[in-house]
Design a protein around this ligand. Sequence first.
Ligand SMILES: [Fe+2]
Length: 216
Amino acid sequence: MPIPTELILKQMELGPMANFLYFLGDKHVREIAIVDPAWDVGYLCAEAERNNYTVTMILLTHGHPDHVNGLNEILSRYDVPAYISGHEAPFLMPEHKNIIPVEDGHKIKIGTIEIKCLLTPGHTPGCQLFLYKNVLISGDTLFINGCGRCDLPGSDPRKMYHSLYNVLIKLPDDTMIYPGHHYGPTPWATLASQKKTNPYLTCANLEEFLHERMGV
Ligand SMILES: [Fe+2]
């Protein structure tokens, strides 16, 4: 299934850690969310202006600095809400008046595009995915042929297992996964392909996953 024709989806690789940032929005009204503003706010603003997009919100997959280090600067340019999971660790929660904590399953509208937030703790307590039809922004929960580290402050490999095997893998096979970093062989992939080639989605049980992820 192709990318929905009404959806703006622009993937941009920025910064020294191969972060993927995204514009997600409504083609008809040219309104966008910027997902995980970091590294080069000047570039993001120039791209939005060049395409004649109106930035109406910020979406945050989680609170790690490489995903939010442009947040204050971008909010100084666009006075818009910035949505993050309310379950993010207090030490990773950005402080700004425009921050709006959201719950699992929360729906956010960009123009007529309704994005669903899916809570997937593991890499951090408040990692969330953004889903629209068959397009999934997977943040640092799932990379192409990889998954987020689970040995950082606030990480929990058991929760990551639950997030991957009881939430993410339950999505339709034709879901297109757009990750938070360019760590894999391709910038995106379908869930069907990841169920075959991603070592963190092909574990038989929790023990195998813990061995694969944590080496225990
Ligand atoms: Fe991260």
